[in-house]
Design a protein around this ligand. Structure first.
Ligand SMILES: [Ca+2]
Ligand SMILES: [Ca+2]
Ligand SMILES: [Ca+2]
Length: 124
């Protein structure tokens, strides 16, 4: 009986870890120095990286084609969309405003840093 309880507990712990790992893949990518905290500087550098990854023609904005190429594009169903003026193009200003607001939303205790427990992801 004791064995059964132990393995159940173990199972629960493993499931919890799997969930945490799943949720924090983006977080770990943004946490450059691996200290379990994503500072605003680390977040911004992840933003730059993310922007460069999508902006393949390097014109400083995401065209609809560029967004679709990375599986993005206009968000449906009321999901948050960085394209604030809905013209199909995400400018760097729209991108920064969107993710800046996201950082503030994720930073639950308002200390300017994201903890793994606060964040479920890095900038997209
Ligand atoms: Ca860090
Ligand atoms: Ca572009
Ligand atoms: Ca726009």
């Amino acid at each position: 009986m004791k064995v059964a309880i132990t393995s159940l507990a173990l199972l629960a712990v493993c499931a919890g870890q799997a969930l945490a790992q799943q949720a924090s893949a983006g977080f770990r990518a943004a946490d450059l120095n691996d200290d379990g905290v994503v500072t605003r500087a680390e977040y911004d550098s992840a933003l730059n990286e993310g922007f460069a990854r999508v902006d393949t023609d390097r014109d400083g904005q995401f065209s609809l084609a560029e967004r679709l190429a990375v599986g993005g594009g206009p968000a449906g169903g009321g999901a948050p969309d960085p394209d604030a003026n809905a013209d199909g193009v995400v400018t760097r200003a729209e991108y920064d405003a969107f993710h800046g607001a996201r950082f503030i939303r994720l930073d639950l205790n308002r200390d300017g840093r994201l903890l793994a427990s606060e964040s479920s992801g890095a900038p997209r």
